[in-house]
Design a protein around this ligand. Structure first.
Ligand code: FES
Length: 105
């Protein structure tokens, strides 16, 4: 399911935002000019990742401080706990994200 996440200008360098799709949070970050969209809940215990710290590409979860690379999705604290990245497409100024179909229900 393709959703409109916002305008390219909504996502500033070095910041994260979150939008809600049904009951799911979708986090969007811009690092080194690159946009990444990923499931907003931490794969460890479900904290909202957009409330964490983003320093360069390294995101630190607000609850137990596991670290992730938002550009690759890699789990830096636990390699088995990766971010779930979703494809982004940009058309003009619009940022679209492909999320699972069942997020809309
Ligand atoms: S909930 Fe994110 S590290 Fe525990």
């Amino acid at each position: 399911m393709r959703i409109l996440a916002g305008k390219t200008t909504d996502f500033l360098e070095g910041t994260m935002g979150v939008i809600w799709v049904g009951k799911h949070s979708l986090a969007i970050a811009r690092v080194n000019g690159e946009l990444r969209a990923f499931a907003g809940e931490c794969p460890h215990r479900g904290a909202q990742l957009a409330q964490g710290r983003l320093i360069g590409p390294h995101l630190t979860c607000p609850w137990h401080e596991w670290k992730f690379d938002v550009l690759t999705g890699e789990g830096l604290t636990n390699p088995h706990a990766r971010l779930t990245l979703f494809p982004i497409s940009i058309e003009g100024q619009n940022v679209f994200v492909e999320v699972p179909d069942d997020w809309g229900v």
